[in-house]
Design a protein around this ligand. Structure first.
Ligand SMILES: *Cc1c(COP(=O)(O)O)cnc(C)c1O
Length: 362
């Protein structure tokens, strides 16, 4: 018992997440957890339906077709791709490969919550580097690196801030890291970046022996329900990652859907374009309503509520659920007590959000 990480008995307070029940007679509208409002590619849907015809057959434990489809789409080596039950599994698998109790993991101050959960699972010491204007500060991060550092987790764009560390800074961070430290680049929102920036990150990361890149089908591809992510890892690392991941970690329907989805980049481009239009729409309305927000690049905007206690983020979150079954969440990261990371829905959902904000703030 005493050898288990202390966190098992004293876990982060925000766990477990619970899906809320909307008020009687209302449908839940979710802008709380960064899902896409645009569904998925028709081709993914058709492929999933077809595979559902053989539910008695196990999935391919090596996800070979899916890895080949990803590799073909992005000109990668399929042997260097590891698929996971969401990229969440892969972040955990990478950490389990390199981190033991007492080792250090470094992340940016307002980095992705899941990074902290993973550190707690392993009994690792988590260090958070202070940020500049809500953006990762490479030098502050490097200043925390020690002999005991095993992993640096970095999400680009970041969640919950949505901010983007420029590619040059990511490269500089990597160049200054000692070779015993593995840099995990979490590109869950990579599709929402400039294509050339994403390509540069993939190219640079893919050429290093201590960078793992993770991607997901949960956001722009709109397949969150199926739980599929993938990692591009150095050659020498993939056998270990494959050992640690679950054997049948991705169900067959999810594999089929994701393999079809990755080939439909027209769909992804449309999602990204619509998201950009909705981001501009909400930015305009937040501005008009006097609400400050962090200029983000994901499918959400981290937005600050007025200091007036009757107009707080917490009060609005309750109000939106009560009035419309609209689900929003507070932000747990320190320094964001009166903020909410509000998802960019479709136009109708965003108009509803604006109406609710107008009524609440008046
Ligand atoms: C949503 C998200 C993920 C996890 O996505 P999966 O559904 O597990 O693939 C990973 N990283 C960040 C930063 C995210 O916001």
């Amino acid at each position: 018992m005493t050898t288990l990480p202390h966190a098992y008995f004293n876990p982060p307070r925000r766990l477990p997440f619970v899906l809320p029940t909307p008020p009687e007679g209302k449908k839940l509208i979710s802008l709380a957890i960064n899902e896409s409002p645009y569904g998925c590619s028709r081709k993914a849907w058709t492929a999933a339906e077809a595979r559902f015809g053989d539910p008695n057959r196990y999935p391919d434990p090596s996800s070979a077709d899916l890895r080949r489809a990803i590799a073909r789409q992005f000109a990668l080596d399929p042997e260097r791709i590891v698929c996971g039950n969401g990229s969440e599994e892969l972040l955990d698998v990478v950490a389990r490969m390199f981190v033991r109790a007492g080792d250090q993991i470094i992340m940016s101050q307002s980095g992705f919550f899941q990074f902290a959960v993973i550190a707690a699972r392993l009994g690792a010491e988590l260090l958070r580097a202070p940020e500049q204007d809500d953006i990762t500060d490479v030098d502050a991060l490097l200043a925390l690196v020690s002999e005991k550092t095993k992993l640096v987790f970095l999400a680009v764009p970041n969640n919950p801030t949505g901010t983007l560390l420029p590619v040059d800074d990511v490269i500089r961070l990597h160049e200054k890291l000692p070779p015993h430290v593995v840099l995990v680049l979490d590109l869950a929102y990579g599709e929402y970046m400039e294509k050339s920036d994403l390509a540069r990150l993939m190219r640079h990361g893919g050429a290093q022996s201590n960078i793992v890149i993770t991607r997901t089908f949960s956001k722009a591809y709109g397949l969150a329900a199926l739980r599929v992510g993938w990692a591009l890892a150095p050659d020498w690392m993939t056998p270990g990652l494959n050992l640690i991941r679950g054997v049948g970690n991705i169900n067959a329907i999810a594999q089929a859907a994701a393999a079809a989805a990755v080939q439909d980049q027209v769909f992804v481009d449309r999602v990204v374009a619509e998201t950009a239009a909705e981001r501009a729409f909400m930015a305009r309305h937040y501005g008009r309503l006097g609400l400050r927000f962090v200029p983000g690049f994901g499918n959400f905007l981290l937005t600050r509520f007025p200091d007036d206690e009757t107009k707080s983020a917490g009060k609005f979150i309750d109000f939106a659920m009560r009035e419309a079954g609209l689900w929003l969440r507070p932000v747990g990261e320190p320094g964001f007590a009166n903020w909410s990371r509000m998802g960019l829905g479709n136009r109708a959902e965003n108009e509803l959000l604006v109406r609710l904000l107008e009524e609440f703030l008046k």
